[in-house]
Design a binder for this molecule. Structure first.
Ligand code: SF4
Ligand code: SF4
Length: 289
């Protein structure tokens, strides 16, 4: 069972929800649960497990084609075959180049070229780290190489590292609604959207809801920082008959614990109760048991 936790914008509490879900699913269900941090540009789930031990770490690479201008005839067959517009050929300038940020390593151009002008080069994407948090099957995080914009390729690789023994996997998605989010949620059985009851929250929620409807992935919404802002988010959700899974009230002391990376210690009883009810709802929806 794959559950992705996403939000249309940063700062809504998506990471807090992911971590608490992971923690409480283990506590209340005793399931083999794994947390996967797919926010590869800024992975910070590990900060909330200060005692976690790194079990393994590995560099990951992406094969990107390189064109040898000495062999290239500038026939453009490779660029015509490339579905991702990653190849530029300008015959007049004798220019042949690959944009690594657009390349999906599909290998089509290598097949296309009849002149042996294309070879593959490994480019570092980043690292994947496996941490023993003492909870379930631990935490897997992807960390993108600084300056790289190939989040989607790294997320794909991080997701492939899911422990085969896991019964429930929680993907903490990057914020927003762009390709890395689509890659994270694409094969999820259910998506939990985290929003806040503010005009910005509503604006981004609408875009994310549209995305999930397009992708035809079932989802529900958690309203974080409930009590702040206005009722417009509620009206939107009621109007479109979208499930409100939980409301998490804004709590200054809890926010302070989040800032200090200390949220799993001394979780207030009322917050624990909210997660218990949330997991019971998920249990009914997704037949988690
Ligand atoms: S198919 Fe080969 S020869 Fe033709 S433009 Fe591409 S790299 Fe050059
Ligand atoms: S490997 Fe695929 S995506 Fe990358 S440049 Fe070649 S055809 Fe395009």
């Amino acid at each position: 069972m794959k559950i992705a936790v996403a939000s249309g914008k940063g700062g809504t509490g998506k990471t807090t929800v992911s971590i608490n879900l992971y923690f409480f699913i283990e506590k209340f269900f005793n399931k083999a649960v794994q947390l996967v941090d797919c926010d590869v540009e800024e992975p910070n789930d590990a900060l909330f497990f200060p005692g976690a031990e790194t079990k393994r770490e590995k560099e990951v690479f992406l094969s990107v084609p390189e064109i040898n201008p000495g062999k290239c005839t500038f026939c453009k067959k490779c660029s015509n075959w490339c579905e991702f517009n990653a190849i530029s050929i300008v015959k007049a300038l004798k220019f042949a180049g690959v944009n690594a940020d657009l390349c999906h390593s599909c290998g089509a151009c290598l097949e296309a070229c009849n002149f042996g002008a294309i070879s593959e080069q490994n480019q570092t994407l980043g690292q994947i780290k496996y941490l023993d948090t003492g909870i379930g099957l631990g935490l897997t995080e992807g960390r993108l190489k600084v300056g790289s914009s190939m989040q989607t390729s790294l997320i794909k690789k991080v997701k492939k590292e899911t422990n085969p023994n896991s019964e429930i996997v929680i993907f903490d998605a990057p914020p927003g609604t762009s390709c890395p989010v689509v890659e994270t949620v694409a094969d999820a059985d259910y998506v939990i959207l985290v929003t806040e009851p503010t005009p910005f929250g509503l604006h981004d929620l609408k875009i994310t809801v549209e995305l999930l409807l397009d992708l035809q992935i079932p989802f529900g919404v958690i309203i974080n920082k409930a009590g702040l802002g206005n009722r417009n988010v509620y009206e939107f959700l009621v109007h479109y008959n979208i499930d409100i899974l939980a409301e998490i009230p804004f709590d200054k002391s809890y926010a302070g614990k989040y800032a200090s990376g200390d949220i799993l210690e001394n979780i207030p009883d009322e917050i624990e109760e909210i997660y218990k009810e949330l997991i019971q709802k998920l249990e009914l929806k997704l037949a988690l048991r």
